[in-house]
Design a protein around this ligand. Structure first.
Ligand SMILES: NC(=O)c1ccc[n+]([C@@H]2O[C@H](COP(=O)([O-])OP(=O)(O)OC[C@H]3O[C@@H](n4cnc5c(N)ncnc54)[C@H](OP(=O)(O)O)[C@@H]3O)[C@@H](O)[C@H]2O)c1
Length: 320
């Protein structure tokens, strides 16, 4: 019997009323010949039923070409859906599952990778042992960035307008990494925000779209130790006053370098493409922020290797 050829199929499970066209379009551009199915307003119970009907019709071989993409603004439900699906799949009907709730995972990985890259580039070293404040780090992007910084052994300060929300995110991070690296702080006024950054070498502003969190005068007054400030809010007013969304390593105050939301967004898109391709190649597994960060970090390392080898090559020409 001739071998059956299976078309690649991506099944979007979205917790929102309308599935985000962003990720659907990104997937179509990566795999124009793939088929896309989308389910919206998906509950945890729905997800189980949909996944069982996804696993069996194409048999174990077909399942290898069938990918699930979990998406949506409801971060908690996205994670519950993932846990439910993990319980549903079993060998030999396993599937590759992509998780990127409304871009939060790929955005957070891009933001952390950009700060790491700039830190190394400017000679400040890697993230280990650095103190990093994630302003408004209670949303999906900020929480994920906090986790990634903790995974790099940085000390993380999570701020929120509510001490309870900040502390609860910090506790989750500490439990995950079995450490005391993260700390929650209530910060809303310029003075409170200033105090939250005063001992930090880096600040990532992770607030909601169109919310300014850090004023220039606060950064000037409290940012003596600060070397890098990044912002992921691309909707004016931007998260950090005076930090343009296109900024990509420019000095915004004496010895403080900035990364804006569009510079982060550009890398985010590349990481998402990498995540989709990786899940498409693998027959099974979860492709979430951890894999996204692996992809992002590899890009950063490759960039430095390329730069080093270019420099070594040009030095050779000067040698007698
Ligand atoms: N570049 C990209 O590709 C991309 C992709 C996805 C998201 N983003 C951007 O990333 C940012 C974070 O996304 P997200 O979904 O994690 O954000 P989010 O959940 O909407 O908001 C993050 C946090 O902002 C705080 N906040 C909300 N309204 C506020 C206000 N009026 N004043 C002060 N703080 C306020 C809240 O913290 P507390 O209530 O705890 O204080 C909230 O948890 C957004 O700006 C979003 O547009 C960018």
């Amino acid at each position: 019997m001739p071998e059956q050829h299976f078309k690649k199929v991506f099944i979007f499970l979205d917790t929102d009323k309308h599935a985000s066209p962003f990720d659907v379009l990104t997937t179509i551009d990566v795999f124009p010949d793939a088929a896309i199915l989308k389910y919206e307003d998906v509950t945890v119970e729905d997800a189980g039923k949909i996944v069982y009907d996804t696993m069996f019709p194409r048999g174990p071989e077909g399942a290898k070409h069938t990918k699930i993409f979990i998406n949506g603004r409801d971060f908690k439900r996205v994670n519950e859906i993932l846990e439910k699906i993990k319980l549903c799949v079993f060998p030999p009907f396993e599937l590759a599952i992509i998780v990127d709730p409304r871009g939060a995972y790929t955005t957070a990985t891009a933001a952390v990778a950009k700060t790491l890259e700039l830190s190394v580039e400017k000679g400040f070293g890697n993230l280990e042992g650095k103190t990093i404040t994630v302003l408004a780090g209670t949303g999906p992007v900020g929480q994920t960035a906090g986790r990634l910084y903790a995974s790099e052994k940085a000390n993380v300060i999570i701020t929120s307008r509510s001490l309870q929300r900040a502390s609860s995110v910090a506790t989750e991070i500490n439990e995950e990494f079995e450490s005391e690296r993260a700390r929650g702080v209530a910060a809303q006024t310029p003075e409170e925000l200033g105090k939250a950054i005063e001992n930090s070498e880096m600040v990532l502003s992770a607030g909601a779209a169109g919310v300014q969190l850090l004023r220039m005068e606060t950064l000037e007054e409290y940012g003596n130790k600060c070397k890098i400030v990044a912002d992921i809010n691309a909707i004016p007013p931007l998260g950090v006053e005076g930090l343009k969304s296109k900024a990509d390593g420019e000095e915004i105050l004496s010895n403080i370098f900035g990364i804006g939301a569009l510079a982060i967004g550009k890398l985010k898109n590349k990481i998402e493409v990498g995540l989709i391709k990786r899940a498409a190649e693998e027959p099974k597994g979860v492709f979430d922020y951890k894999i996204a960060y692996e992809i992002a970090k590899k890009r950063v390392l490759e960039k430095f290797e390329e730069k080093n080898s270019r420099e070594a090559e040009s030095e050779k020409h000067w040698l007698p």
